[in-house]
Design a protein around this ligand. Structure first.
Ligand code: AP5
Length: 213
C-alpha cells in the first residue's frame, strides 16, 4: 500500500498515520519529523531548514525531493509506506510521480483530511508529544489515560513544537492554501483522491479512512 495523507497543519495526518501503521503494517514517512530530527541533531540540513520551519514556511522542493527519494529506497519501504507531509507542492508531486514510475510502482490512494482553518489553531496549540517515544496527545481531544504519564511508554516528560503557535500557524495555513491545496485537483484528475471529514472525532476519521481504502 502506497498512501499519501494530505491536509492542512493540525488536520490529523500524523494521528491517522500512526493508526494506519498498525492496521496496514507499513511505515510512516513524516517529512516534518525527519526535518525536526535534523534540526535537533544540528546537521547541515538542520541548520539550513531551522529558520524556515520556525517561520512556518516550506522547505525548498529540491531538499524535500532528495530526502524522500533516499527514504523510499530503504528496505523497510518495500512493502509500502504512508506519506505524511509530502508532497506539499505540485513540483514535489510531479517529482514523486517520476520516482514511482522509475521503480514501476503505483500510488494507491491520496486521502484528504478536510478541516476548517479555525479549529486547526486550537488543535496545534493544544498538542504535546511524549519526549521518550513521540506518542502524540492533545489537551482536550486526546489526553493520556493518567495525567502526566505517557500511555505507550510510561514517560513523564512531554514536549511542544516551536511552530505550534498562533502567529506561525497563520504562515503555515497560508503555505497550505497557496502551495499545497493545488494538489487536490492534481490527484483528483488521477482518480486516486478520497476526502474524509477531519472535523469528526479521531475514531470517526479513522473509520472513514478505512472505508476509503
Ligand atoms: P509537519 O510536521 O508536516 O507539520 P504540518 O503539516 O503542519 O502538520 P502537523 O504535524 O502540524 O499536523 P498533523 O496534520 O500531523 O496533525 P496531528 O495528527 O499532529 O511540517 C512542519 C514543517 O516542516 C512545515 O511547516 C515545513 O516548514 C516543513 N516541511 C515538512 N514537510 C515539508 C515538505 N514536503 N515540503 C516543504 N516543507 C516541509 O494532530 C494535531 C492535534 O490535533 C493533535 O494534538 C491531535 O491529537 C489532535 N487531533 C487530531 N485529529 C483530531 C480530530 N479528528 N479531532 C480532534 N483533535 C484531533
Amino acid at each position: 500500500m502506497k498512501l499519501i495523507l494530505l491536509g492542512p497543519p493540525g488536520a490529523g495526518k500524523g494521528t491517522q498515520a500512526q493508526a494506519l501503521v498498525e492496521s496496514l503494517g507499513v511505515v510512516q514517512l513524516s517529512t516534518g519529523d525527519m526535518l525536526r530530527a535534523a534540526v535537533a541533531a544540528g546537521t547541515d540540513l538542520g541548520k539550513r531548514v531551522k529558520a524556515i520551519m520556525e517561520a512556518g514556511e516550506l522547505v525548498p522542493d529540491d531538499i524535500m525531493i532528495e530526502m524522500i527519494a533516499e527514504r523510499i529506497a530503504e528496505p523497510d519501504c518495500a512493502k509500502g509506506f504512508i506519506l505524511d507531509g509530502f508532497p506539499r507542492t505540485v513540483a514535489q508531486a510531479t517529482a514523486f510521480d517520476r520516482m514511482l514510475e522509475e521503480k514501476s510502482l503505483k500510488l494507491d490512494r491520496v486521502i484528504e483530511i478536510q478541516v476548517e482553518d479555525l479549529p486547526l489553531i486550537e488543535r496545534v496549540e493544544g498538542r504535546f508529544t511524549c519526549a521518550s517515544c513521540g506518542e502524540g496527545y492533545h489537551e482536550r481531544f486526546k489526553r493520556p489515560k493518567r495525567d502526566g504519564i505517557c500511555d505507550v511508554c510510561g514517560g513523564t516528560e512531554f514536549v511542544r513544537r516551536k511552530d505550534d503557535n498562533g502567529e506561525t500557524m497563520k504562515a503555515r495555513l497560508k503555505a497550505y492554501h497557496d502551495q499545497t491545496a493545488p494538489l487536490l485537483p492534481y490527484y483528483r484528475g488521477r482518480k486516486v483522491l478520497r476526502t474524509v471529514d477531519g472535523m469528526a472525532s479521531i475514531e470517526e476519521v479513522k473509520r472513514q479512512i478505512g472505508a476509503a481504502l
